[in-house]
Ligand binder design. Sequence first.
Ligand code: NAP
Ligand code: HSE
Length: 429
Amino acid sequence: MQKDVIKIGFLGLGTVGGGALQILQQNYREICRKIGAKLEVKRIAVRDVKKTRAPEVDPTLLTDKWEHVVLDPEIDIVVEVMGGVDLARQAILQALENDKFVVTANKDLMAQYGQQLLSIAKKQQKNIFYEASVGGGIPLIRPLKHCLAANRIKKIMGIINGTTNYILTQMAKEGKEYGTALAEAQARGFAEADPSNDVDGWDAAYKLNILAGLAFSGMIAMDDIYVEGVSKVKLRDIRYAQELGYAVKLLAIGAETETGLILRVHPTLIPLNHPLAAVENEFNAIFVEGDAVGEVMFYGRGAGSLPTGSAICADIMEAASAIKYEIKNNVIEANFVPKKVVPMEKQVSRFYLRLKAKNEPGVFAKLATAFGEERVSLDMIIQKRSDEQTAEIVLVTNDVTEGSFNQAMAKIREMPSIQSINSVLRVVE
Ligand code: NAP
Ligand code: HSE
């Protein structure tokens, strides 16, 4: 017999859980009408049951024991929005064992254990929905699994971390200090509990792992992804980039080439007229290139309470429909297979370099020679005097392998006329 009331248990009621609950409350009738069943929030596990919460919740629903949610026989759907890896994994495994569907926003977990958890869910004839784990409110997982499923995906590239995009935007547009912009991103609920996950690039790398796994049907380990964060990007670099016609963004890039997968996350100079340069603050944007569809762009709020809550609620609705109509795991999941990854040394980029050199004749020529010996050609070069003795030099190379660039840099570091290498960033046209 079809269920008329579907019961939900939350693990966590912070930024994302609170947003999801607010949407369930304010759009309750519409949501229930769409799924053809009533939803009831039966239990909510939090760390501190005494905390004041918005939206308000009936205090009798709260518990500080996650087991009360995953072991409750009446609960049909467990929504994991507490974050972290070990406990969240344990809780999801128990939820699946206890015959529940799972919804999660946890990219750290899905990147590292998602394929394993999905196959356990499949055996249980259940499912794990994780739309909120990448791109906040932007539909990405479902389009990759369903709408674009017939394509061979060649490339994904985009901005998939709201916190760092907020920081870089505030530095570029408002001239704010890095620390001030980060504190604002935290206060607005964009940042992870440990914001080093955002600023060191790991949050974007987890998301790239999930997207690339789906796009290229690959079994991807976190070690396969080259990761660099934004903490070394200085306001000075952002200003020089602007002068040269670029914006600085933290990009995640995944591509399937004849020699293997390219998987990297790093701050990148992109031309000011590139659509990604106009993506500001917590907004994310992702290009997906398929062999049949061509290029598709996804854009929207990539972090925050209601945008992410929107994705969580859509997943709750899909799980509720599966329960109501007794649909057994109908999702087209990628058949994940091991894939070769192109080593970073062999990947090709353009580079932006900022350095300080003695203000003496011949420095340009020496730099050009060091690059020339490694067959690195220079596209742009500017020099500004920083004081009587020192010149600041900024240059952009043409395409070069990382290996050749690094060899040229090793020579440049040894030159007596070079005082410091202040910044090395990649450039994408
Ligand atoms: P958050 O605001 O810190 O909320 C975490 C919630 O989990 C809190 O309600 C906390 O309880 C509860 N919790 C933590 N440990 C618990 C435990 N051991 N037992 C029971 N409850 C526990 O975090 P968030 O920003 O909502 O993020 C949640 C998840 O969503 C993370 O996986 C994050 O990566 C992901 N995500 C976040 C965003 C975003 O924009 N923030 C976007 C997409 C995905 P208390 O309230 O009592 O402290
Ligand atoms: N901390 C993440 C971000 C939250 O800033 O993008 C959304 O996943």
